[in-house]
Every structure is written in structure tokens, then in C-alpha cells.
Design a protein around this ligand. Structure first.
Ligand code: BG6
Length: 483
């Protein structure tokens, strides 16, 4: 299979927070990879903007180091790196004052796509948006990209949306949820809507339950200050997990078009029932495996922040009434494994006398690692001795099915930034979607706070708190192993 790289239009991209962690780890290395792939024009310009006084060459040296650190060795091509670094500029900017904006304006071209990536604290969104307009740097065709966390509750998300709306139309605002840029996440839509096979079965009549797991082995090392104010509910569930749930549960959009897709996702979020206190478990990792526990990374030794959440969600609509969605995500778990597992119901009647080997059909969509799909189906156990059943996987690991090209897919950030330049908002969250997700999340967090709930401890390297196992056992079901 030969991958097709479709070049994007010429552009100027300003990265506010250009010397920050995200810019160094993801944004600039990702742009380099797209440059290497031949997707960017030779004239495009990437302008780092931050508080520090750096020259263009200082910034280039910083990004050269970032490429050396965060791009795999086999993708480090000296000529391409030099070509890419030549595209970089730097402006020292004062987000809350006048400094640097005139220089930035002078650097920007008028006749190309202009995009502004706000890789800064949300408290600066308003200041930057205002100055982009005041100094005549961004016009009605400009695009702005904002990062999560998009608010910390409904009120703050609404305030952020209102601030941005003072200066930009919704069609100019690209709210990033990097999970939507993951290859398999998009594949979910291809699998659902480009095959006739699944759709007739895609409802509560045939689906017993859905499990969505995002398990990480990392802890919150170095991010304690941010994470203490966030916790897994705000950091993962309100956004990444919610987006996965939406893509599984949504109705077919009439077209693969930004608003058609986002309208359908919004309907799912609005149909979510409030979560009952007994249907949610929060956990916090303890020391183990030679590593410290959460409180050692936190700024507060008494921290009640959760590093793990498991919950049961119900969607009240015709398609899903009666099919629970179990979600769990946590840090410092046994393995890094993200997957969606769709468990089908039993056939209505068994014609076999010996059904001992029978198991439910399960469709597993693996996000990472080893992206692919696996369908567990029943067959006859081979050999003589009567009709006995056994379960086998129909395995579609994308790397096996599609060859090496499948392993070289763009990282989520690369793809999403190129979508910004193309002007395609399909994989970005709309303001009303973000607000609806907070409206569902807020009462859960408020409930914990008012009851003074403490998270349950779980050992680092385990599969999570005991109560999370009980959440499934109570319903006669079990979580899939985290491997
Ligand atoms: C981020 C969260 O949005 O996603 C992190 O802030 C988390 O806490 C990360 O580790 C997970 O992303 P990925 O792509 O590594 O699964």
C-alpha cells in the first residue's frame, strides 16, 4: 500500500507558548515530520512566540534539540531538519502588554493561510485573542487553535467560549482533543459507516455492553500542580473518553462534514443520564514497583485528587436504552492499553447440546499499542468427537493487514495541525459539545466534593481499585484484562 500525502496550502503558523513543553514535544516535532513527508510548502513559516528573549537562531537550536529528542532516529534527516529549521522564526511577545505584537505583524504574510496555536494557559486566551485583533494581525479568515483543558467546569468553559467569541467566529476556532487525531479513532467511523456489516447490529437489541478503557503506566510525575486541580475526571473523562463514547454511540451523520458529525456527537452527550454515585469509582495510586505514590507527586500530601475513574454510563435514546457503557481510565496501571470492546448478546436459542465453550462475540478496537481490530467469534473445536464450540479471534492488526505504511501514520497532533491548515473542523470540538460534556461532568464532581469522597487507593502496577471490579461484578460482567 502506498500512502498518499496531499500537500496543504501555503501558511504562516504562530505558536504562542512556542518554547513550552507541548510545543517542544509534540507541535514542532510533528510539523517537522509533515515537512519531511512533503506535505508543507517550501515557503511556509512557523513563528514561535513566547515571553523569553530569544533570537531566531536560539529558537532553531531549541527546536533542533527537540527534534533530536522526540523524533525517532530513522526520521531524522539532516537535510530535511536544516530545511525545516530555516522555516522557523521567533518573536518575544508580551501577552498582556504591547511588546512584540508589531514585530509579529510585520512577519506575517497576508496572502496565505494564517493560523495561531494557543499553546498557553487558558487564562491568556482572552489577552492573546484581543491583541491579535487590536493589532490587525488576525482577520476573519484566520484560524485559532486552543488546547485542553478547555475550562474546568461548565461556567469556566462558557466564559472561555464567550471570550473567544468576542474576537473569532466558531468556524475559526479549532479546539483540540488529540484523541480525535488518533488513526484508530477515525477508523471507528470508517468501520461503522463504510461497512453494512456492523450497523444493523449496532444497538441495544444486539449489544450487551460497551467497555472503554484508557490505561496508562505513567504517573503524574512533574505534572502534580496541574493534575491536583484536574484529576482523571477532568483530564481524561470529560474529553478523550467522552469523544470515544460519542463516536461509538452516535447516529450516522448525513455526511462526513464538520457540523454533521458534531451535531450527532452533541446529541449523544445530551442523551447521557446523570451518573449515580454507586455507578462511579475513583482511585488514587499508591507507592509500588519501586515508584512513589500519587501524594508524593502532588503539592498536597492530603490530596484527594483521583488518578483513576471507572463509571457506568447510560444513554437514554432508542438505540442504546438498556446497554450500559463502562468507562475506565487511570494512571500507573499494569499496562498501557487503550481499547473499546463491544460485547454482543447471546443468540436467542442454542441448537447445540454441548455449549460449554460458548462465549459472547466481542469486537475489540485497539487504539494503542498495536492499533487494530479483533472480532471474537465462535467456531467448531477442530477434530473428531462431536460438535464442541471454541472462540477464535478474527485478527486485523493494521500493521499486518496494511504493511509498513500503517506503522508510519502521522501522530495525532500532526494530523490535526494539517487539518487546521486545510480548514477542516471535523476532528475538533465545537463549543456547544464542550459545554454539554461539562454539564454532564459537573454534578459528578460536585457530588464528590459535597460528600467529601476520598479516592480508593490502588497499587501502582495493578489493574485499579477493588471497587471498580465490583462495579462490573454487580452486573454479572467483568472488565477485560489490561495487558
Ligand atoms: C492528555 C492528558 O490529554 O492525554 C494526560 O492530559 C494523558 O494526562 C494523555 O497522559 C494521554 O494521551 P495518549 O495519547 O498518550 O494516550
Amino acid at each position: 500500500m502506498v500512502s498518499r500525502v496531499i500537500p496543504v496550502e501555503d501558511f504562516d503558523l504562530v505558536v504562542f507558548g512556542g518554547t513550552g513543553d507541548l510545543a517542544r514535544r509534540k507541535i514542532l516535532p510533528g510539523l517537522y515530520r509533515r515537512f519531511l513527508a512533503g506535505q508543507m510548502t517550501a515557503e511556509c513559516r512557523i513563528i514561535g512566540a513566547a515571553r523569553g528573549e530569544l533570537s531566531d537562531d536560539d529558537f532553531r537550536a531549541m527546536i533542533a534539540e527537540a527534534i533530536a529528542e522526540f523524533v525517532p532516529a530513522e526520521r531524522q534527516d539532516a537535510e530535511a531538519i536544516a530545511g525545516f529549521l530555516a522555516r522557523l522564526r521567533y518573536v518575544a511577545i508580551d501577552a498582556k502588554g504591547d511588546g512584540g505584537w508589531g514585530e509579529l505583524k510585520a512577519l506575517m504574510r497576508r496572502d496565505v493561510v494564517c493560523a495561531f496555536y494557543f499553546s498557553v494557559a487558558p487564562s491568556l486566551f482572552g489577552d492573546i485573542a484581543l491583541r491579535l485583533k487590536q493589532f490587525g494581525i488576525a482577520d476573519d479568515n484566520a484560524r485559532i487553535v486552543v488546547e485542553k483543558p478547555f475550562g474546568r467546569d461548565l461556567a469556566s468553559a462558557k466564559a472561555l467560549n464567550a471570550t473567544l467569541a468576542q474576537h473569532f467566529h466558531e468556524s475559526q476556532i479549532y479546539r483540540i482533543d488529540h484523541y480525535l487525531g488518533k488513526e484508530t479513532v477515525q477508523n471507528l467511523m470508517a468501520v461503522r459507516f463504510a461497512n453494512i456489516l456492523f450497523e444493523p447490529l449496532w444497538k441495544s437489541e444486539y449489544i450487551d455492553h460497551v467497555q472503554i478503557t484508557v490505561a496508562e503506566t505513567v504517573g503524574v510525575e512533574g505534572r502534580g500542580a496541574y493534575y491536583d486541580k484536574s484529576g482523571a475526571m477532568r483530564d481524561m473523562v470529560q474529553n478523550h473518553m467522552m469523544q470515544l463514547l460519542c463516536l461509538i454511540a452516535m447516529e450516522p451523520p448525513y455526511h462526513f462534514d464538520p457540523d454533521a458529525v458534531r451535531d450527532e456527537k452533541l446529541k449523544v452527550i445530551r442523551a447521557l443520564d446523570p451518573v449515580l454515585p454507586q455507578d462511579i469509582v475513583r482511585g488514587q495510586y499508591l507507592a509500588g514497583n519501586g515508584q512513589g505514590g500519587y501524594v508524593e507527586h502532588s503539592e498536597n500530601p492530603q490530596s484527594r485528587t483521583e488518578s483513576y475513574v471507572a463509571l457506568k454510563a447510560h444513554i437514554s435514546n432508542w438505540r442504546w436504552k438498556g446497554t450500559p457503557f463502562y468507562l475506565r481510565t487511570g494512571k500507573r496501571l499494569r499496562a498501557r492499553a487503550s481499547e473499546i470492546a463491544i460485547t454482543f448478546r447471546e443468540p436467542p436459542h442454542s441448537i447445540f447440546d454441548d455449549a460449554t465453550g460458548w462465549r459472547e462475540n466481542v469486537l475489540v478496537i485497539r487504539l494503542q499499542p498495536d492499533e487494530g481490530m479483533n472480532m471474537m467469534v465462535m467456531i467448531k473445536e477442530p477434530g473428531p468427537g462431536g460438535m464442541r464450540l471454541t472462540q477464535v479471534p478474527l485478527d486485523m492488526t493494521f500493521a499486518d493487514a496494511l504493511g509498513p505504511e500503517a506503522e508510519d501514520v502521522p501522530d495525532a497532533y500532526e494530523r490535526l495541525i494539517m487539518d487546521v491548515i486545510r480548514g477542516n473542523q471535523t476532528l475538533f470540538m465545537r463549543g456547544d459539545e464542550v459545554e454539554a460534556a461539562w454539564a454532564w461532568t459537573d454534578p459528578i464532581i460536585a457530588g464528590w466534593e459535597s460528600r467529601g469522597d476520598k479516592p480508593q487507593g490502588y497499587d501502582s502496577g495493578s489493574s485499579g481499585p477493588e471497587d471498580a471490579l465490583m462495579l462490573m461484578h454487580r452486573d454479572g460482567r467483568r472488565w477485560r484484562d489490561i495487558r
